[in-house]
Design a protein around this ligand. Structure first.
Ligand code: ZN
Length: 319
């Protein structure tokens, strides 16, 4: 495995498959940025491989080759269409129909649903029958970044596989290998902002994300001091709403931690004006909600503008 913290879960899945202990519907879930999709793809390859040595997919058999080229006839996928925000019922029906067919290559078929929480209610209902009465040799692999959004009827019929963040030492060792030019402090800031998820930290470091994050922090500090900032800031941040909300939530959370005395000294960056931890906790909650709403049709710039006004007002009230 490219990601060292996935080696143990991959081995456990392989063992479960070989000893017929792997449920027919594994639900791989956990926070974003841990490589869940990579683990799930590995599992699909391991299930479909015709010549595995009992550890990993061989990578060269007919099945592995077809998987790599994205044309495996026994892999059926339900995904979010480009012009939509949910997995529609038709996609799930097609997948279920595909899983009824006789396998073209080996003896196994796999259905793939990612992100599973994007199934709308009808789509989830359409999946229930296949989940309840799977045909032999059929696996449904679901990947979810927010399993709490899945209906309980789906969750309870799946075998839950939770991917956990690696230890900070493992994460830092991997990150510093991936980003040899970054200082340890930069890596630590990115890893903390990513909630300990190394792949997410790498993304933050790669697309200038850390610079954006620090700019967001400085802007919030300026606003807290009632210093002027560019009027177009909310619009600018709204261009990448998920990233912006992520950073906002991160900094507000960190400032809350600082006030409660639970933030490591190396990461401290005090707020210039006083504000109660309760107010910060409320703003943090709102930022998390903002991040959730990114997936809906709510206008990102309006939502951010409203939050920023509240942020400014919280400091005016308490100065
Ligand atoms: Zn193979």
């Amino acid at each position: 495995m490219r990601l060292p913290w996935l080696t143990a879960p991959a081995e456990a899945l392989g063992l479960a498959l070989d000893s017929e202990r792997l449920g027919h519907a594994p639900l791989i879930h956990g926070p974003s940025g841990l490589g869940k999709i990579e683990l799930a793809r590995w599992l699909v390859a391991r299930v479909l491989c015709l010549d595995s040595d009992g550890r990993a997919p061989c990578g060269t058999c007919r099945s592995c080759t077809l998987l790599k080229s994205g044309t495996h006839p026994d892999l059926f996928t339900a995904a979010i269409p480009e012009d939509r925000q949910q997995i529609p019922v038709d996609a799930v029906r097609d997948l279920c129909r595909g899983l009824q067919l006789t396998p073209a290559i080996g003896r196994r078929r796999v259905g793939w649903i990612e992100p599973a929480e994007a199934m709308n209610r009808n789509a989830a209902n359409a999946l229930l029958k296949t989940l309840e009465e799977p045909s032999p040799g059929t696996w449904l692999v679901l990947v979810s970044h927010q399993p709490e959004r899945l209906p309980a009827t789906i969750r309870s019929r799946c075998q839950q596989i939770c991917v956990q963040p690696p230890s900070p030492d493992t994460a830092m060792a991997w990150l510093s290998k991936e980003c040899p030019d970054q200082t340890e402090q930069q890596l630590t800031v990115a890893l903390t902002a990513a909630g300990g998820a190394p792949v997410r930290a790498l993304e933050l470091l790669r697309d200038d994300g850390l610079a954006v994050g620090l700019e967001i922090r400085d802007t919030l500090l300026k606003l807290a001091q009632a210093r002027p900032v560019a009027a177009a800031i909310a619009e600018e941040w709204a261009a990448h709403p998920a990233r912006s909300w992520g950073w906002i939530a991160h900094w507000v959370h960190q400032w809350t931690g600082q006030m409660m005395g639970v933030c490591p000294r190396s990461q401290r960056c005090p707020l210039p004006a006083s504000v109660s931890p309760e107010t910060l906790a409320r703003l943090w909650q709102q930022a998390l909600e903002g991040r959730q709403l990114v997936q809906t049709t709510v206008r990102a710039d309006l939502l951010l503008g409203k939050w920023l006004l509240e942020w400014v007002a919280s400091f005016q009230g308490e100065r």
